[in-house]
Design a protein around this ligand. Structure first.
Ligand code: UDX
Length: 432
């Protein structure tokens, strides 16, 4: 196996996890970040995010000298054969993507290049970004320095990022010339996964098209859940039945309070905007977004229908992260749910296994409870907002005894409706 010298420009979620995994499979990696405090923290072995398995990989590879941290792009570029761009591409108010970090990093990479480099974009970017990055580097690089731009989108999910990186379904490599292909294949050689080589525009589109399709699957099942509720069918059974058709598949067919996180909402809006700029009205995806927004509001109305007036009601919320196994609360439907309940006058107690610290910055006047089994105390209702597996082990008898009246709104369909009713709960879930 060839050990390749790699620089990750941007040590956020993607840069750090990908860089650590590249080191883990034998490459020599430097993770660069312009945030000095963050780089210093990483240098000391402190990881700013919770991601299962990441900490031990970072420590092991730092100790072996295969993973280091820096604040200097120049140092990163000088040391590396392959330079990955992994900086944020945040949304702008109109849904389009803010490309200023990518553009700035492209300029800085160009200024630091003294010999042939492969510059790989891993951040999620609109189609045709590769062309712009190449143009920018050409403009700012010294006269005769050669380079290639590659698009290599990431598909990692928070909470299982390490697993996704080491065992991906596929690796997409978008190139404009054959020259960088072998080096890219060498980087991924220790990973067993099909590699597809495409042109750069297609590689960039694959990312937005994949995430939008997954969001579409979720909105589809959420729309079906509305029909299930209106007709007395069970969305879990419907999802099982349609998911067994291999052309459809069971994944991403879990009805709930909608998708959130730093990717789906942003990528969906970005793709709608990209289509619009290319002259196509992607009405289907606008509907996907609309269904997602109304799904949360429907859930709040369901709570109101049962509790009637929310003012002066005490509600216990289980889950604040946008999904399990992460402490990330960005665009979390659970946080938005809390805000809407508070806006209607409810008082909240809340618990999350990992995300309480980050949630404290987002929410005011919430009583955060360390023990999930203590959340129900004195509450008029319990709400499940994130599908953390540990919530299934909630002490339901204790929760029941601690409440004025045992009412649960399960936004993630964690419990069995029949069993809950047998235990004396008024239990409302989604699409069942
Ligand atoms: C996603 C993509 O899966 C990943 O490939 C991409 O690179 C980044 O965006 P992530 O945002 O980490 O990953 O989480 P994911 O597991 O995809 O879940 C996204 C949201 O959808 C969560 O809020 C989750 O609760 C929700 N979801 C997911 C559902 O509501 N139902 C489902 O069936 C699946």
């Amino acid at each position: 196996m060839k050990s390749i010298r790699i620089a990750m420009i941007g040590s956020g979620y993607v840069g750090l996890t990908t860089g650590a995994c590249f080191a883990e499979i034998g490459h020599q990696v430097v993770c660069v970040d312009n945030d000095e405090a963050k780089a210093a923290m990483l240098q000391e072995g402190k990881i700013p995010i919770y991601e299962p398995g990441l900490e031990s990989i970072v420590h092991r590879n730092a100790a072996k000298g295969r993973l280091s941290f820096s604040t200097s792009i120049k140092e990163g570029v000088e040391k590396a054969q392959v330079v990955f761009i992994t900086v944020p591409t945040p949304p702008q108010p109109d849904g389009s993507v803010d490309m200023s970090f990518i553009e700035k990093v492209a300029r800085e990479i160009a200024c630091s290049m003294t010999e042939y480099k492969i510059v790989v974009d891993k951040s999620t970017v609109p189609v045709k970004t590769g062309e712009k990055v190449a143009e920018t580097i050409r403009r700012y690089a010294k006269a005769r320095v050669e380079f290639d731009v590659v698009s290599n989108p990431e598909f990692l999910r928070e909470g299982s990022a390490v697993e996704d990186l080491l065992h991906p379904d596929r690796i997409v490599i978008g190139v404009q010339s054959p020259r960088p292909v072998q080096m890219m294949k060498d980087i991924y050689a220790p990973i067993e996964a099909p590699i597809i080589v495409t042109d750069i525009n297609s590689a960039e589109l694959i990312k937005h098209a994949a995430n939008s399709f997954l969001a579409l699957k979720i909105s589809y099942i959420n729309a079906v859940s509305v029909i299930c509720e209106a007709s007395g069918a069970n969305v879990e059974e419907v999802a099982r039945g349609i998911g067994m058709d291999r052309r459809i598949g069971r994944h991403f067919l879990n009805a709930g309070i909608g998708f959130g996180g730093s990717c789906f909402p942003k990528d969906l809006s970005a793709f709608i905007k990209i289509a619009e700029q290319l002259g196509y009205d992607f009405a289907m995806l606008r509907e996907v977004r609309k269904i997602n927004q109304s799904q949360l509001e429907r859930f709040v109305r369901k709570i109101e229908e049962t509790l009637w007036v929310l003012r002066e009601k005490r509600i216990g919320v289980l889950g604040l992260a946008f999904k399990p196994n992460t402490d990330d609360v960005r665009m979390s439907p659970a946080i938005e749910l809390c805000r809407r309940l508070q806006a209607r006058g409810a008082t909240l107690r809340a618990h999350d296994p990992k995300a309480m610290e980050k949630a404290k910055r987002e929410l005011k006047n919430v009583e955060f409870v360390e023990d999930m089994n203590a959340v129900a105390e004195g509450c008029d209702a319990l709400v499940v907002a994130t599908d953390w597996p540990e919530f299934k082990k909630l002490d339901l008898a204790r929760a029941r005894a601690a409440m004025t009246h045992p009412i649960m709104f399960d936004g993630r369909n964690l419990f069995d409706p029949k069993e809950m009713e047998r235990m004396g709960w008024i239990y409302k879930s989604v699409g069942r």
